[in-house]
Design a protein around this ligand. Structure first.
Ligand code: FPP
Length: 261
């Protein structure tokens, strides 16, 4: 197999303009601590976290965000106590059941990324229904990562390359498309412009490692259930304050050079 990566730089210049179809990804951390600090069970933090999800989705469109990817359950989260895992799965199910029709009406397409083979058949049916009901929506893409591991997603994409016996040169763009698991064939896997992590920790935790190659990172001490629309707006403002050089030099020369390549 010859799969040499074409090392041309990503054509990133158009995507860096303010409000131009941003992809924001969020590691929604801090639910457990938020609840425990109130003397409540950790699952109460996840329940409150769902309301923060609703606020973020409502706010996103007005902030120039076209794709929002939320880290809801990592493949490593199976190590949590059974009761917490069950509570989270119930929340995903009830959120998708409650929101699918509303999302479709509001032009929001839902895609649940990650492995499905370890989810319960009932949850898989709800996921498939939410995706089917919203499949025609094209204003906004809401991606929810459940049983997701970036390294596993990259391995699966590499396996698909092998399976296809790819002899031709493999570009970054082509590999990005291969990152979409079969239920999402044809759906874009855009680079992340802004990665937000709440809860005070400063790490990526195996989330969107390929897609975040040039993401701007914003870490906040705010616990996820306290994350308000204004916090999302401030993070997007912070993105726009930053100069994204994609390895080039400061100023318009860098953008022109990237566009010319
Ligand atoms: C991390 O906080 C959060 C999670 C593992 C679950 C995130 C889930 C939600 C926000 C609710 C459901 C989401 C959707 C999309 C309906 P943590 O529990 O690790 O917090 P801690 O670090 O304080 O323990």
């Amino acid at each position: 197999m010859s799969t040499a990566l074409r090392l041309a730089p990503p054509v990133a210049a158009p995507g860096v303009q303010a409000g131009a179809g941003l992809h924001v990804a969020i590691i929604m951390d801090g639910n457990g601590r938020w609840a425990v600090s109130r003397g409540w069970p950790r699952s109460a933090g996840h329940t409150a976290g769902v309301e923060a999800v609703r606020r973020a989705v409502e706010a996103a469109g007005d902030l120039g965000i076209e794709t929002l990817t939320l880290f809801a359950f990592s493949s490593d989260n199976w190590r949590r106590p059974d009761a917490e895992v069950r509570a989270l799965m119930r929340l995903f199910r009830s959120y998708l059941m409650a929101e699918a029709a509303k999302c479709a009406k509001n032009g929001i397409r839902i895609a649940v990324i990650g492995r499905r083979d370890r989810l319960s058949p009932g949850l898989v049916r709800v996921v498939e229904n939410a995706e089917a009901v919203t499949a025609g929506a094209d204003r906004f893409l809401l991606r929810i990562a459940v049983d997701y591991s970036a390294r596993d997603a990259i391995l699966r994409a590499a396996g698909r390359c092998q399976g296809a016996g790819a002899e031709e040169e493999l570009s970054r763009e082509a590999f990005s498309r291969l990152l979409a698991d079969p239920p999402h064939d044809g759906l874009p896997v855009p680079d992340v412009d802004l990665l937000i992590r709440t809860g005070g920790e400063k790490r990526l935790s195996d989330f969107l490692l390929w897609e975040c190659a040039y993401a701007e990172l914003v870490f906040t001490d705010c616990m996820w259930p306290d994350f308000e629309k204004g916090d999302l707006a401030e993070a997007v403002r912070e993105l726009h304050r930053r100069e994204r050089r994609f390895g080039g030099v400061p100023g318009p020369v860098a953008v022109e050079a990237a566009a010319a390549r």
